[in-house]
Every structure is written in C-alpha cells, then in structure tokens.
Design a protein around this ligand. Structure first.
Ligand SMILES: NC(=O)c1ccc[n+]([C@@H]2O[C@H](COP(=O)([O-])OP(=O)(O)OC[C@H]3O[C@@H](n4cnc5c(N)ncnc54)[C@H](O)[C@@H]3O)[C@@H](O)[C@H]2O)c1
Length: 387
C-alpha cells in the first residue's frame, strides 16, 4: 500500500499534522528532524511491539543524527503511575535532554499518555511526537493533547484513572499502519469500539456518512485489508481532530470534547466490575475498555430509542454492527441497577450528583443530557443485561 494521508489538526500556534501510511517508521527520524530539530531523542517504547518495529524507529532517529535514549515500558494501568512518571523524568534528565529535543512515544495509549506527560513536564515542556501502535491509540489517544497518569495505583482499591495530567499537543502524530500487524484481535476490536463511537457522532464533526461507510466496509476492516484500514484511521482521526479544534481544553460541558464520552459514562461503571466477560467464557474476564464501551454504546442508543431520538431500526443496526465486529452487546452477571447507578454517579462526568450522559440522535449527531431520570437510565442498562 503506497497510499498516505495527512489530517491537519488546526490549533493555531499548536497546530500539527497526523500522517498516516504503511511502513513509514524508517522515515520517522527525517520527519522529526525537519519538524523539531534538536540533538537528543528520548524514546519510550511499548514492549508489546515486535523488535523490528523498535529497531526501525531507533535506527531512523539515529540515522537522522539524533543521540537516541531508548526506554521500554510494559504498559498497564497500574504502571501508568506517578512512580513510573518520576522514573522517566529522572531518566530523561540523565540524557542531557535540551528544551528543543523531542520525546517519542512509540506504543499504545498507556505509553502515549505517560510519555506525553513526561514531555509536558520536563523543562516545563519539550516537543512530543506520538507514534501510536494500537488502533485505539491511532484513532483516539494520540490526537488531542491529553496526557495523564492514574492515581491510587499503589493501593488495593480502584484506580483514579487519568487524574493527574496536562494538555500538551504533539508536534506530529506519525501513524505506521504496519505496526497493527502484530496487534491481537481482541485489542483491534477494542479500537473498533471507539471507531463506532466516532461514527455515532460523525455529523457533529463533518462526517455524517461515516456510520454507513463503516457498516458497508466492516468485514474487510475486520480482516485488516489495508485499503479500508487507511480510510478508517484517516476518517476517525479527522472526527477526533474536528472535535478537538472546537474545544481544545474541554471547556464545554454540553458539546465539544464532552461528546467523545458517548457510551463512556455507562462503560466506566461496567468496566471495573470483576468477573464480567465479553463471551460467556470466564477465562475472557475481565472486560477490556473497548468492550465496556461497546456495551455503553448499546445503553446510550437504547436510551435514545426510548426517548424517540433515534429510530428503533438504527438501534438494532448499531447492535448488529457491534456483533459483526465481535464486540459484546449484552453481558451476564451484571450487578443490580442501584449498584450500577451509584457507580455512574461516582464517575467524574457528573453534574451536581446527576448523571450526565451523551445521547445519540437521528443523523448521527449527539447531545449531552443531565436531566435523565434514574429509572430511564436503569432501563437503558436493562438493554445489555443477560440472564
Ligand atoms: N489521551 C487520550 O486522549 C486518551 C484517549 C483514549 C484512551 N487513552 C488511554 O489509552 C490507554 C489505552 O490505550 P490502548 O488501548 O492502546 O492500550 P495499551 O496501551 O494498554 O495497549 C494495549 C496492549 O497492546 C500492546 N501493543 C501496543 N502496540 C502493539 C502492537 N503494535 N503490536 C502488538 N501489541 C501491541 C501493548 O503492549 C498492550 O499490551 C488508557 O490508559 C486510556 O486512558 C487516552
């Protein structure tokens, strides 16, 4: 595949490009040199990546004249912590990293978030290049400048996810689709859950047709055919970019970036529940984030259906789409409504104790509501409950 796409993220003095192609990592060094210059490159690489991908990145940066410090990280939400952040800051400091030298985040969303925060904090901000290698990180986490670590990672209790962070836009997002070759199917499907979410708000970002395109190409996307894959990533990046351009710092609680929480208020309540499985096989527990998002999207859509905001057949076609991808649309052993509602009220997206939910509407747009009665939310949860 020789096709390349560039999606601009128009943020004035913080504008940058998302460059998408295949087998592009060997060109990373020259792109970084042309954009940010500098002498040292501090790379945080995901241990999930095959060695050859890491070698491509390292050799390309060295070939462009960088003194490369290469650090690997095995991602997990527990290791996305203040302790890891402190270690990385001490390590970058030992490399004589200057203010114009780049940090390179090569990996999934965990690596991108933590390396992005290192770049935001070190010397009060050095350039970061995001090189996402999971589908979720490509279409979502690498674009928009949110960086963070979790809190309460050293306790036995629930994590306080993304509670310490900063906005720090990258200087470039470099996407080599070849890196997806080694991503396992379950992670790939989790990324597709976020793509379905984007399609459900496509009209709010200038792409009302994304849902019908996704439906008609889903089988070739699932078989990872490169042609629809590049289109998928480019269109999803464009949706995220358009939303971020309108609300860079998530100031608008009723529109803008808040719309990206579609399905997530439900997902955040469901995801931490131990023992839930996307299949009926207990060995597949716990649910992964994208699987919880898929269930959350079904809840949000059925709420919309009940409110007359979405046609009933659209709710059904959404369910069918998620099932064709292999994502769960119902789950066994959900706790009772009261427990889930209490969990939702703890989510950070609450307004004065009321649950704030994003609800889709006909034409694939969406709106934030904070006046939905608890009984109606409980009925929406009923849409994913299976005995
Ligand atoms: N900053 C944002 O705007 C934003 C948005 C969404 C999610 N996030 C964050 O992203 C994180 C989730 O990201 P994720 O889904 O990428 O998970 P992840 O970073 O945990 O990666 C998932 C798994 O894939 C492996 N992996 C990565 N690239 C691979 C490759 N090319 N081949 C084989 N294996 C590979 C990793 O080692 C890991 O085991 C969460 O921490 C979430 O909070 C951030």
């Amino acid at each position: 595949m020789s096709d390349h796409r560039t999606v601009p993220v128009r943020l004035g003095s913080r504008a940058y490009e998302v460059r998408i192609g295949c087998d592009t990592l060997p060109a990373l060094g020259e792109q970084v040199r042309a954009l940010v210059g500098g002498m040292h490159a501090f790379v945080v690489a995901d241990t999930g990546l095959p060695q050859r991908q890491m070698d491509h990145a390292r050799e390309s940066l060295a070939g462009a004249g960088y003194e490369v410090a290469f650090r690997t990280l095995t991602p997990s939400e527990r290791r996305k912590s203040m302790a890891t952040l402190a270690e990385l800051l001490e390590e970058i400091d030992e490399t004589l990293h200057e203010r114009t030298d780049p940090v390179i985040a090569l990996g999934g969303g965990v690596v991108g978030d933590i390396a992005g925060l290192v770049a935001a904090l070190y010397r009060r901000g050095v350039p970061v290049i995001q090189c996402p290698t999971t589908l979720l990180a490509m279409v979502d986490a690498s674009v928009g400048g949110k960086t963070a670590v979790n809190l309460a990672t050293h306790t036995a209790g629930p994590l306080r996810k993304n509670m310490a962070g900063a906005f720090h836009q990258p200087s470039l997002v470099h996407i080599d689709l070849r890196t997806l070759d080694s991503l396992d199917d379950r992670e790939f499907r989790c990324g597709l859950a976020e793509c379905v979410k984007h399609a459900m708000i496509g009209a709010c970002a200038g792409d009302a047709d994304l849902m019908s395109w996704l439906r008609s190409h889903i089988d070739t996307i699932c078989s990872r055919d490169p042609e629809p894959l590049i289109e998928l990533v480019a269109r999803n990046v464009a949706v995220k970019a358009r939303i971020v351009e309108g609300d860079e710092r998530e100031r608008d609680v009723h529109a803008g970036r808040a719309l990206l929480n579609l399905g997530h208020t439900f997902a955040h309540a469901i995801e931490p529940i131990a023992g839930l499985t996307p299949t009926d096989d207990p060995r597949d527990a716990p649910l992964r984030h994208g699987e919880a998002v898929a269930l959350g999207l079904v809840c949000a859509a059925s709420l919309a259906g009940e409110m007359g905001l979405l046609q009933t057949d659209e709710v059904e076609t959404l369910r069918t789409l998620l099932e064709r991808i292999g994502l769960p649309t119902s789950v066994q052993s959900l706790p009772d409504d009261e427990t889930l509602l209490a969990q939702m009220a703890h989510d950070k997206k609450v307004a004065g104790g009321r649950v704030r939910v994003v609800i889709p509407e006909d034409g694939w747009r969406a709106r934030v509501h904070d006046d939905i009665p608890r009984e109606q939310i409980a009925r929406a949860i009923g849409a994913i409950r299976r005995a």
